[in-house]
Design a protein around this ligand. Sequence first.
Ligand SMILES: [Fe+2]
Ligand SMILES: [Fe+2]
Length: 465
Amino acid sequence: MNLYDRIPNNVNLSEDKKLQRALEKWLPNYLDWWREMGPEGFQEKDVWLRTAVDVGSEGWAHFDYVKMPDYRWGIFLEPPQPDAKVGFGDNYGRPAYQEVPGEFRNALRRIIVTQGDTEPASVEQQRQLGKTCPSLYDLRNLFQVNVEEGRHLWAMVYLLHGYFGRDGRDEADALLERRSGNPDKPRILEAFNQPCDDWLNFFAFTMFTDRDGKYQLSALAESGFEPLARTCQFMLTEEAHHMFVGDTGLGRVVRRTAQLMKEGDVRELGGIPLEIIQKYINFWFSYSLDLFGGEISSNSADFFAAGLKGRYKEREQYTDHHASNENFTMTIVEDGELKTREVPLRNALNEVLRGEYVKDCEKGLARWTKVLVDEGRSERLYLPHPRFHRHVGEFAGHTFDIHGNLISREEFERKKSEWLPTMEDREYVRSLMHPVIEPGKIANWIAPPATGIKGKPFEFEYVRL
Ligand SMILES: [Fe+2]
Ligand SMILES: [Fe+2]
């Protein structure tokens, strides 16, 4: 692994001069973007970060203080499998593609650009959060997530530069030009244009939206296009930490709220009421469901047939990797009513992947339920019905209540303040966000973590301010 090259990598970049030059041209633009759109106010601070020094499981053991602009962003792929085969679809069992198959070039570039666009977008969404961190521990976790999203951008840009020629380079430039929430040049997917300006948003985002990333990456990690598969496999090891931050972060907010409920009125005591936590869950869960795409999708069928994008744990969970003779039963809206319809399985694969995601989210809810039980509370948090508040697919353009019942737009408008964060809710949450930067101290609205990072105590100086 060439860690101390200008661009750290394990793809022998120095042997591919053309690619190396192209990426070295992109590097200063990336750093300009990072300085302009990365965490505001902390660029020169020492942050105790983990850095990849190897792609093996031990490679993550390296923790040290780093200034974020000096982070070793680079290109790390899982090692190749000799005799890699296409694992599903019409070309099942044939040798994996080492180059982009011509007929799928546009589709594949679209997949990579769409994934790549989410990475810098989330850094942009989170850039102000450092100023209101609830503890140094949380501040460090935020920055760890941010630098890794930056590296994920590198991962996708490597594929664009390495396998798509001129238009790949143009796309790589455009990834640094769009801006989250900017009406003139927005990020591609809507969840990545939503503001993420308080820590409850951040935890809900890393719980639900980064988890979408896990499922998209997992489906691509078994891609027949081998460089993409190996890239995504390594990204998944980083993604796990992001979801940990969101899952445990929300769990700690729930714990603190439950503790305050025993003492009196949560608002008066400066905590976040469970109803507001529930509304943030409803908001980010529904936007994250949209990221899987339409319920019935010819793209999903094409990608699967081509062996580019599979199902979750395709090799492990399934025996029929053709999936060409089965149907999938789904609910759709027809003539103003919910009806069931049989769809060829390959056209329903977005919905199949979304179903896996929902199951995973339910496990998170079960962990928070356990927190409530531990604290002696009978209240519960829940996931809204997947039809609720959707902007993409079969249910977009219709309105549903939180249980998934079709309701009129008027009724939705009347009730929506019960289900989704209102301006007042957001302002209230923001009013609690004051920085706590003394080692070992924590904001009043969140419980401390059960343990620190990598054997360090919670009191450790995770960021030197
Ligand atoms: Fe990412
Ligand atoms: Fe992530």
